[in-house]
Design a binder for this molecule. Structure first.
Ligand code: ZN
Length: 160
């Protein structure tokens, strides 16, 4: 069965950056199972998977525009420590929820200096080339419920 919109797809994948560091991988764990064509993966990876069948293996490099987007310096903010709950225990690299002008989002602490904390609302992989190695494990039709909900049920998906 070929991958197209409305199929449930299981993949094994390894994601590396330009320095060949492994950023994320399903190897040694469960394959990633997702509903194709609804934006659950970055656009470049969905495009590459389109039309592939079970057993297919490929490598692809995805530029930021088709990945997690370009870095946007307007998403950096420096705020007083006393505006952050539990600030004394904060460390650089910590991720927290914050209300920003872009709405509720996860931000990363990038600097702590004196009474000020710098937070970065960019996705941690914004501006990065994404080097994927992918093997397609399984392709099946999504159920009507899965299409309606926009996500996968059962193994590797939602249980409800
Ligand atoms: Zn559901």
């Amino acid at each position: 069965m070929q991958i197209s919109t409305g199929k449930v797809v299981s993949i094994d994948y390894t994601l590396k950056d330009d320095q060949e560091n492994v950023i994320d991988s399903s190897i040694g764990g469960e394959p990633l199972t997702y509903l194709h064509g609804v934006g659950q993966l970055v656009p470049g990876l969905e495009k590459e998977l389109e039309g592939k069948t079970g057993g297919a293996s490929f490598k692809v490099t995805i530029a930021p525009a088709e990945g997690y987007g370009q870095r946007d310096d307007s998403r950096l903010a420096t705020i007083p420590k006393d505006q952050i709950e539990g600030a004394d225990a904060l460390e650089v690299g910590a991720q927290l929820y914050a209300s920003t002008e872009h709405g509720e989002q996860i931000v990363t602490v990038t600097r702590i200096e004196g009474d000020e904390v710098t937070i970065d609302g960019n996705h941690p992989l914004a501006g990065e080339n994404l080097h994927f190695e992918v093997t397609v494990r399984d392709v099946r039709e999504a159920s009507e419920d899965e299409i309606a909900h926009g996500h996968v049920h059962g193994a590797g998906g939602h249980h409800h």
